[in-house]
Design a protein around this ligand. Structure first.
Ligand code: G
Ligand code: G
Ligand code: MN
Ligand code: NA
Length: 254
């Protein structure tokens, strides 16, 4: 309850920030970023989303906060669209189940894209398997509306949930994201290696893209690449950065 009150105050006082973590392609070039929410607490400093997203969901604060993240990402894409060396970049936004379930969600996405005047493909929504708890028909229909709009859909934390393969086939997805839990021990744990390989093969069979998160070493990247995974995110390339630092990072790469 204390956290809920703190969060409400934090929202009123604009204490939320967005860090951006690069995603890179097979040639090591940046293809985009993931937007990661942080709470800049006046006493405790930066608080990560794992500490407050569950409460934000319970209190429904995730609805206005999530809308703000979406609008901020679209505004950032509009900035990048003006610059030839940046206009290819995408931004991935995490969408919580509570947000996705909200009847206005599809309209809000449409409005954010139109208001910023961006190409919808540049906006990537990271959904999780827990959406399937709402039933396959509603989920497929809502995802279909988003796809028709042109946005890119990625399934986050893939492998951690319970979605059956027959469900997966019906979801209008663009990409699977291999959870960092499997990447962590991919070189030393035969089961994790088998899971990673299976997810990559599954993506290939279904005609989907695949990206691995939590890639920390060149050996992990090389192993994933050898299995056919062409896209990566993790400390090996860059940690999540505030926008000003990300701009410096990108300028240094050019
Ligand atoms: O940055 P960090 O590794 O601490 O993020 C932990 C998790 O928090 C992410 O994997 C993601 O699922 C979730 N998260 C980060 N930003 C957002 C956001 O803007 N909205 C929602 N719903 N979840 C987020
Ligand atoms: O959406 P998701 O919860 O999967 O968000 C990714 C989270 O993983 C972010 O909170 C980010 O801070 C964290 N992260 C990003 N790269 C790495 C990495 O290479 N290693 C580890 N352990 N965590 C990472
Ligand atoms: Mn994510
Ligand atoms: Na994830």
């Amino acid at each position: 309850a204390a956290l809920a009150a703190d969060l409400r105050q934090a929202w009123r006082e604009n204490q939320f920030l967005i860090d951006y973590q690069p995603q890179v392609g097979p040639d090591g070039r940046m293809t985009g970023v993931e937007a990661l929410l942080r709470w800049d607490h006046p006493e405790r400093g930066r608080v990560g989303p794992d500490h407050f997203i569950p409460t934000a969901e319970e209190t429904s604060l995730i609805i206005p906060i999530g809308r703000w993240v979406l609008e901020s990402a679209c505004a950032q894409l509009a900035q990048w669209a003006k610059r030839p060396e940046r206009r290819h970049l995408s931004i991935a936004v995490n969408v919580s189940v509570r947000q996705f379930r909200h009847p206005d969600f599809v309209d809000e996405v449409m409005h954010a894209i139109a208001h910023a005047g961006i190409e919808p493909q540049k906006l990537k929504l990271e959904l999780t398997e827990s959406l399937l708890a709402d039933g396959i028909e509603v989920t497929v229909a809502k995802m279909g509306s988003l796809k028709e709009m042109g946005v890119t859909l990625s399934l986050d934390d893939f492998g951690m949930g319970y979605s059956s393969l027959s469900y997966l086939k019906r979801l209008p997805l663009d990409q699977l994201k291999i959870d960092r839990e499997f990447v962590k021990e991919v070189l030393t744990d035969a089961n994790d290696a088998a899971i990673a390989r299976t997810i990559i093969g599954l993506a290939q069979s279904l005609g989907l893209g695949v990206i691995a998160e939590g890639v920390e070493t060149e050996e992990q990247r090389a192993f994933l690449a050898a299995q056919g995974c062409p896209a990566y995110q993790g400390y090996l390339f860059c940690k999540p950065l505030p926008i000003a630092e990300l701009e410096k990072f990108m300028a240094a790469m050019e």
